[in-house]
Design a protein around this ligand. Sequence first.
Ligand code: FES
Length: 87
Amino acid sequence: AFDVKIASSGEVVRVAADQTVVQALGAHGVEVLTSCEQGVCGTCITRVLEGECDHRDLYFTDEEKARHDQFTPCCSRAKSAVLVLDL
Ligand code: FES
Protein backbone atom coordinates (compact mmCIF):
# COMPACT_ATOMS: atom_id res chain seq x y z
CA ALA A 1 0.00 0.00 0.00
CA PHE A 2 0.98 3.62 -0.42
CA ASP A 3 -0.57 7.03 0.13
CA VAL A 4 -1.66 9.73 -2.27
CA LYS A 5 -1.91 13.29 -1.04
CA ILE A 6 -4.41 15.66 -2.60
CA ALA A 7 -2.47 18.89 -3.01
CA SER A 8 -5.48 21.24 -2.86
CA SER A 9 -6.87 19.91 0.42
CA GLY A 10 -3.86 18.25 2.02
CA GLU A 11 -5.95 15.12 2.50
CA VAL A 12 -3.99 11.87 2.51
CA VAL A 13 -5.68 8.82 1.01
CA ARG A 14 -4.37 5.30 1.52
CA VAL A 15 -4.34 3.06 -1.56
CA ALA A 16 -4.64 -0.60 -0.57
CA ALA A 17 -2.94 -3.32 -2.56
CA ASP A 18 -6.24 -4.47 -4.07
CA GLN A 19 -7.37 -0.96 -5.02
CA THR A 20 -6.53 1.41 -7.82
CA VAL A 21 -5.70 5.05 -7.08
CA VAL A 22 -8.95 6.03 -8.83
CA GLN A 23 -10.93 3.70 -6.55
CA ALA A 24 -9.22 4.97 -3.41
CA LEU A 25 -9.84 8.60 -4.38
CA GLY A 26 -13.46 7.84 -5.28
CA ALA A 27 -14.02 6.35 -1.84
CA HIS A 28 -13.00 9.76 -0.46
CA GLY A 29 -15.33 11.66 -2.77
CA VAL A 30 -12.65 12.69 -5.26
CA GLU A 31 -13.73 11.62 -8.73
CA VAL A 32 -11.23 11.19 -11.54
CA LEU A 33 -12.73 10.69 -14.99
CA THR A 34 -11.85 7.35 -16.52
CA SER A 35 -12.62 5.50 -19.70
CA CYS A 36 -10.49 2.45 -20.50
CA GLU A 37 -9.21 1.81 -16.96
CA GLN A 38 -6.31 -0.06 -18.54
CA GLY A 39 -3.74 2.65 -19.15
CA VAL A 40 -4.46 3.01 -22.83
CA CYS A 41 -6.65 6.07 -23.42
CA GLY A 42 -5.11 8.78 -21.25
CA THR A 43 -8.49 10.03 -19.96
CA CYS A 44 -7.47 9.78 -16.31
CA ILE A 45 -4.07 11.51 -16.60
CA THR A 46 -3.28 13.35 -13.38
CA ARG A 47 -0.35 15.62 -12.63
CA VAL A 48 2.10 14.40 -10.01
CA LEU A 49 3.84 17.08 -7.94
CA GLU A 50 6.03 14.87 -5.76
CA GLY A 51 6.95 11.22 -5.51
CA GLU A 52 7.94 8.43 -7.82
CA CYS A 53 5.32 6.73 -9.97
CA ASP A 54 5.09 3.04 -10.73
CA HIS A 55 3.84 3.49 -14.28
CA ARG A 56 1.73 0.61 -15.57
CA ASP A 57 0.18 2.28 -18.59
CA LEU A 58 0.80 1.89 -22.29
CA TYR A 59 0.10 5.56 -22.95
CA PHE A 60 3.22 7.51 -22.02
CA THR A 61 6.61 7.18 -23.65
CA ASP A 62 9.55 6.01 -21.54
CA GLU A 63 10.83 9.60 -21.48
CA GLU A 64 7.52 10.89 -20.19
CA LYS A 65 7.39 8.16 -17.56
CA ALA A 66 10.89 9.02 -16.35
CA ARG A 67 9.77 12.58 -15.51
CA HIS A 68 7.31 11.33 -12.86
CA ASP A 69 5.21 14.47 -13.35
CA GLN A 70 2.03 12.76 -14.54
CA PHE A 71 0.53 9.28 -14.36
CA THR A 72 -2.58 7.25 -15.09
CA PRO A 73 -4.29 6.58 -11.74
CA CYS A 74 -6.64 3.99 -13.25
CA CYS A 75 -3.82 1.46 -13.22
CA SER A 76 -0.49 3.02 -12.23
CA ARG A 77 0.77 3.03 -8.67
CA ALA A 78 3.59 4.48 -6.56
CA LYS A 79 7.16 3.41 -5.92
CA SER A 80 7.57 6.05 -3.22
CA ALA A 81 5.56 5.96 0.00
CA VAL A 82 3.57 9.01 -1.06
CA LEU A 83 2.52 10.59 -4.34
CA VAL A 84 1.36 14.20 -4.17
CA LEU A 85 -1.31 14.73 -6.81
CA ASP A 86 -2.34 18.01 -8.40
CA LEU A 87 -6.00 17.54 -7.50
FE1 FES B 1 -7.69 5.13 -19.78
FE2 FES B 1 -6.68 5.64 -17.33
S1 FES B 1 -8.76 5.54 -17.94
S2 FES B 1 -5.62 5.46 -19.20
